[in-house]
Design a protein around this ligand. Structure first.
Ligand SMILES: Nc1ncnc2c1ncn2[C@@H]1O[C@H](COP(=O)(O)OP(=O)(O)O)[C@@H](O)[C@H]1O
Ligand SMILES: CC(=O)N[C@@H](CCC(=O)OP(=O)(O)O)C(=O)O
Length: 302
């Protein structure tokens, strides 16, 4: 009996002990995890995401979740008879659309993730960038073909106050942040791309890692012609690639660049459709996806 138990338990102990170097390295470190709307494919994946985040928290890391919800917003706008249009990878957001964006992000997606995380204990607390001045923005007018374009209530982040998130982390909670900003100028709110918000928060919080979960394996070298994933690149290499990128990858990779240029050790884009991709990324050396490192760290970060 005892021999049988030893026989089956030993491989489990080995798996746990293999994680020890990573547990030591990441202990007490802040990890900002961006969960993209496109990665929220089904109930099992969302539940596995919540398990991974709670696992990180119990393993001594400090996870902060920033969530997206692009497809969920598009579906809700469609139900309201509002057509979705994107320019420079950002949603053209009219006043009416803004109400729907806020309702979907803060009232639906965030609530669902908080609920899933809290199935494991009193851990998650949801907030938006409006709360406690966490994210302040002014109107963003992207430059397209050399001209500034009005895309409505889309915000450009001007200030971050990480006090509320830090207080939650100090209390052992898992903050779940929706990418809506308070307006610096008119008392209303702005729609901020969730990748941009996650990257800005990662830098402001002094996070060790920014992890962006999406619906592709990583940054493809020659998208959409090939599925060759770039596994690792430096900030300077990424900067050269940026002008060639399209659609949803633009804010993601700009965010990764901003993060590693502002103190974050690694920024990773990984496939959120792979169950437990967060654990694979943090606790094994079989990292999946694309890792961006600061120029001076080339060769070091894992
Ligand atoms: N070079 C590239 N590598 C990978 N994906 C790319 C690339 N360029 C554009 N994309 C597109 O970006 C999408 C991911 O961004 P997005 O749709 O905003 O996802 P999310 O909801 O996770 O933020 C991919 O599904 C793909 O269609
Ligand atoms: C300005 C802007 O584009 N905001 C995004 C916010 C949600 C988001 O970024 O969601 P994903 O991460 O799932 O794409 C939008 O309205 O779709």
């Amino acid at each position: 009996m005892t021999t049988t138990r030893k026989h089956t338990a030993l491989p489990k102990a080995q798996i746990l002990i293999e994680a020890l170097p990573w547990l030591t390295r990441h202990h007490g470190k802040i990890v900002v995890i961006k969960f993209g709307g496109n990665a929220m494919v089904n109930e099992d994946l969302k539940a596995a995401f919540a398990q991974d985040v709670v696992f990180l928290r119990h393993a001594g890391l400090k996870p902060v979740v920033v969530h997206g919800g692009g497809p969920q917003i598009s579906a809700a706008l469609d139900r309201h008879g509002i057509v979705s249009e994107f320019k420079a990878g950002l949603r053209v957001t009219t006043e009416d659309a803004m109400d729907v964006v806020r309702m979907v992000l803060a009232g639906q997606v965030q609530r669902e993730l908080v609920g899933l995380l809290n199935q494991h204990g009193p851990l998650a607390v949801g907030l938006t960038g409006e709360d406690a001045h966490t994210i302040t923005a002014t109107k963003h007018t992207p430059e397209i073909d050399g001209e500034r374009v009005d895309i409505g209530r889309v915000g450009e982040i001007t200030a971050l106050d990480t006090g509320a998130i830090e207080a939650l982390l100090a209390d052992g909670r898992i903050p779940v942040v929706s990418s809506i900003a308070r307006s610096q100028d008119d008392g209303h709110v702005y729609n901020v791309n969730a990748d941009t918000a996650a990257a800005a928060l990662a830098a402001a919080l002094g996070a060790e890692t920014l992890m962006v979960l999406t619906d592709v394996e990583g940054l493809y070298e020659d998208w959409p012609n090939s599925d060759e994933v770039i596994s690792r690149l430096t900030a300077s290499q990424l900067e050269k690639l940026l002008p060639e990128l399209s659609s949803g990858m633009v804010p993601k990779m700009e965010g990764c660049l901003h993060a590693v240029r502002n103190g974050v050790t690694t920024a990773r884009v990984i496939d959120g459709r792979v169950q437990h991709s967060i654990l694979l990324e943090i606790f094994t050396d079989e990292g999946i996806g694309t890792m961006v490192v600061p120029d001076e760290l080339e060769g070091d970060a894992q």
